[in-house]
Design a binder for this molecule. Structure first.
Ligand SMILES: [Zn+2]
Length: 119
């Protein structure tokens, strides 16, 4: 069973890693475009690739930002002493689940979509 301290440390490392990745992504597009234009001009195929790469980068950035939000939420829970408690039902979250997913805010039961009615 993981100690809370080690989970908190993992979350803090994850937060640093995510912030760095997001910062790198934010810097990437303009540099990428400049290089493209100066070396290859405005070829259609290149432009399509650029758009695709740009979309991938934006999707990745949104994904990383979402993860960062979860990690920061979890770290905030350490501050107010609610870490490891399900935000839905108030029960303790299975330590094995926290080990696998340190930023989980709900227990396995509450996070399972099957529990909710299908639209
Ligand atoms: Zn729950």
């Amino acid at each position: 069973m993981p100690s809370l301290d080690s989970l908190r440390q993992r979350l803090e490392e994850e937060r640093t890693r995510l912030r760095n990745e997001i910062a790198e992504l934010a810097e990437r597009p303009s540099e990428y475009r400049q290089t493209r234009e100066s070396y290859y001009g405005n070829h259609l195929a290149d432009e399509a690739t650029d758009t695709f790469e740009e979309e991938k980068a934006l999707a990745l950035e949104a994904h990383l930002a979402g993860l960062l939000g979860k990690v920061e939420d979890a770290l905030r829970k350490f501050e107010n002493g609610t870490y490891g408690i399900c935000s839905e039902c108030g029960q303790a979250i299975d330590p094995a689940r926290l080990e696998a997913l340190p930023y989980a805010t709900t227990c396995l039961k509450c996070s399972t979509p099957a529990r909710k009615a299908r639209a």
